[in-house]
Ligand binder design. Structure first.
Ligand SMILES: [Zn+2]
Ligand SMILES: [Zn+2]
Length: 409
């Protein structure tokens, strides 16, 4: 009985295997018949897709290829072959374009060595390859022609000119839109969407020479090695601040940045601004001082509390007042050595102002810096902003400096 059972089992196994093999044979036969037909039509084995679900599904069936089935599946197969051809062509074109791009990059690096004009705005490699002149050069004859030095030099000046025209127009536009801030600026968005043509803005480009046309830049925009997405922006209130400062100095707001005298002083007496500074440096300092005042005023914890009302918050960089707080030094004029900030306090470095800590809400601490690096900075702050004489008790240790203090002990 046992012997018989085993024999039946083996027989079943054999039948299953034979059926399976037969199925595979039938599939292979169908596949070979279809391929043969396509070869007769003039296609090559290399035209057939290697990885295609639809293709495998049509070929890999046990049903024999009859004239009727062939008639049915032939258009589908030809369509798959056509798509495969397209895909291969696109892939090959991309590969060739990558080669052209690498050649452009190499030639651009050589070209940059001879660029002497420091006013020229230079595209980075990603910006360069999308300029129409360079794009045309790379794609000529399906991107089959090597970008040699000669071919590259034939277009690069025009391409850089195009870039300068476009970018300057964009920068002028940015100045006219004071709301635009760094995180909103994306050099790739808006290309094409922008309806101002470089020609429209050409007349305004002169504005870029004004001392008030101040841009901020992170990730080295206009540097050929800049990463893909460099950012340029206009800092909030910077243009207006610069205009007021020029007015205070008795200069027109259209003064060119090359004509702003180098010796300008802020009379606020802040320790790090007691010596003549560059105009730009000074404007940034004043903008920050004004920002501090506005932020402090608008983030007061209890503006109606009498204890808070007793604390003065003075704006010593008031842009609206008639008394200017900046001074232009004549070429031969030297600033009298300012009174050094003296005090008898005994304080460590990195301290916070007790008045500010009491005044502002805890959540605004991230936007208003409370830390004063040195006791002198702190004394100057309390005297000018709160208009009182500071005591040791008015300083509290900054949380950030706890480690430093521990180290010293
Ligand atoms: Zn100042
Ligand atoms: Zn304070």
């Amino acid at each position: 009985m046992l012997q018989h059972g085993k024999a039946v089992h083996e027989w079943e196994e054999r039948m299953r295997r034979e059926q399976y093999d037969e199925g595979v044979r039938a599939q292979n036969k169908r596949k070979a018949s279809i391929e043969q037909k396509l070869l007769e039509m003039g296609y090559q084995i290399s035209d057939f897709p290697k990885w295609s679900y639809d293709w495998s599904r049509l070929l890999g069936q046990p049903r024999e290829l009859t004239p009727r089935i062939w008639k049915q599946i032939q258009p589908k197969l030809l369509l798959i072959i056509a798509c495969e051809k397209q895909r291969k062509l696109a892939h090959a074109l991309r590969t060739r374009m990558d080669m052209r791009k690498a050649e452009v990059k190499q030639q651009y690096q050589l070209y940059l060595k001879d660029v002497l004009d420091d006013k020229l705005l230079l595209p980075n490699i990603w910006e360069l390859v999308i300029l129409p002149e360079v794009k045309a050069l790379m794609s000529e004859e399906e991107a089959t022609i090597e970008v040699t030095r000669e071919r590259f030099m034939g277009v690069v000046s025009q391409a850089v000119d195009t870039f300068n025209l476009e970018e300057r127009a964009r920068l002028v536009k940015m100045l006219q839109e004071p709301a635009l801030r760094i995180p909103d600026y994306n050099p790739y968005e808006g290309r094409g969407k922008d309806t101002t043509t470089p020609m429209d803005a050409e007349g305004d480009v002169e504005k870029l020479n004004h001392a008030t046309s101040i841009f901020s830049c992170s990730r080295r925009k206009f540097h050929p090695d800049a990463p893909r997405r460099p950012v340029v922006g206009v800092l909030e209130n910077i243009v207006d601040t610069a205009s007021v400062v020029l007015k205070m100095l008795g200069l027109s707001s259209h003064t060119a940045h090359t004509e702003v005298p180098k010796k300008v002083v802020c009379l606020c007496g802040r320790p790090d601004f007691q010596q003549p500074a560059e105009f730009l440096e000074l404007v940034v300092h004043i903008k920050e001082e004004v920002r501090w005042y506005k932020q402090t005023m608008s983030n007061r914890r209890n503006p109606s509390e009498p204890t808070d009302q007793e604390i003065t918050i003075h704006n010593d960089h008031d842009l609206s007042i008639e008394n200017p707080f900046v001074k232009l030094l004549l070429d031969d004029e030297t600033l009298l050595p300012p009174d050094s900030i003296t005090h008898n306090l005994d304080l460590p470095n990195c301290i916070e102002c007790r008045f500010c800590v009491q005044l502002i809400t805890p959540h605004s601490r991230s936007s208003i810096s409370l830390v004063h690096q040195t006791a002198t900075d702190f004394v100057h702050h309390v005297r000018t902003k709160h208009q009182v004489e500071p005591t040791n008790e008015d300083a509290s240790y900054s949380h950030n400096s706890a480690a430093t203090l521990d180290d010293k002990q």
